[in-house]
Design a protein around this ligand. Sequence first.
Ligand code: GLC
Length: 535
Amino acid sequence: MTRAWWRDAVTYEIYPRAFADGNGDGVGDLPGATARLGHLAHLGVDSVWITPFYPSPLADGGYDIADHTGVAADLGTPADFDALVTAAHALGLKVLVDVVPNHTSDHHPWFQRALKDGAARDRYLFRPGRGTHGELPPNDWQSAFGGPAWTRITEPDGTPGPWYLHLHAPEQPDLDWRHPEVVSDFERILVHWLDRGVDGFRVDVAHALFKADGLPDAGPGQHRDAHRNHLMPYYDQPELHPLFRTWRTLLDEHPAPAGAVAPRERVLVAEAGIFDRERLARYVAPGEMQQIFNFAFLECPWDGRAMREVVERSAQGMAAVGAPVTWVLSSHDAVRPVTRYGGGPTGARRARAAALLMLALPGAAYVYQGEELGLPQAHVPDDRIQDPQWERSGHTERGRDGCRVPLPWKGTEPPYGFGESAPGACWFPQPADWAAYTVAEQDGDPDSMLTLYRIALRARRAHPAADGPPRVEGPADGSWFAVARSDELTCLVNFGTEAVELDASAEVVLASAPLDGRRVPTDTAVWITPKEKQQ
Ligand code: GLC
């Protein structure tokens, strides 16, 4: 039996407005992405995930959707989407899209109707306020972006009305998943995209869809420690699992569109901010989703002991339900690894080592656009910030825009081949010192991050992972550890301050930095074969 494609697939995340600009208006778009799919095929990934490209007022980077089956006018047309899918499939790349079921845009016709008509409110979570005149929010829930998770509406006749729940921005009202039409509408949305040939869905804030009965208070410290998320009355409710099982059945049973290249197993990947390993594993138990992002890996600091623990415990947690670990180092929501690991040459060196670690680990992996170029987090000037966290935090949190700056493709100054736009018209301004990061500059440079990713992705395919949790070894102080991908390939990462001497029998396949003879310097990863590292 061949192994299902998604078990060890590497998926490349495209944030379309910042990926490639096809029409030169400064905003990335679907035709631009289609034209650059060759970059991804050359990189060596298996699959592409495109973040929301649906019509949206952009209160939260497109995660506020006004029409779930449309294409945003600035990104292209439905035909452009079809062309992207066809071109990706022709290159052997699968295509995943986002489904955002927790909330809609406040511009969505469902919410617009609810604002005007009290009888049309039960798709959302409208509740009367507390206090003598309903002037206080219905409970103490906080938005993940800061501030209360409730906003009060004004009735069409000008009187103060009830409050509605929004776990994110006020422009993202939460749907009520206990309403049968919400369930059936999302089935229709899934079918719409399956019929357009997609190979799966990334399920946005999958852990938030159901809220505990009676909407009880959540208590102090909400969103302060993500490791407590599963205890919140608005996260990780038991009703999620039967719902996702029906989605899986739908994906498994809905016929492939006419003319599909070959029947393929379609995939659901959960984005769920849950850190309790057993609770996390439930999302990928047999019959439910296939993948769930392992954010513990992304959030782990550059520390050998902590990294080793995340690797071992994640692998055990997923093995308990027979699911692969889905490794991830970056996304459109996270500070870029180069910056997170210390910035400058040290951060870059560690990001290279982390990439080799991730790509050696058994399981699936996601690579976020620009990660393969080693881009640092960019500074977005105050007057260009779009992330709602900026306003919601009273200008203390800059938010996520710094990892959503358009990719540099070629040339020595902005917009670095990103369309033809003048720098001022660019989706976000690009730093003036990114000439060394362009794809053109890194292409063919044996020492570039791009070359490292290309070689690693090929070597990874040539060395399939063994089944089961990997063997990990190394000293208790965490200065280094070695993790076996298979009997043939081991990745050793040196987190310590001293070089690590390789065993004489070990043959080096790939290294994230030059070795000193057989000595692996600090902040360096090597892939070696055969498996053993001995001191
Ligand atoms: C997910 C998305 C993030 C968005 C949020 C609300 O976490 O990745 O970008 O802001 O959901 O939809």
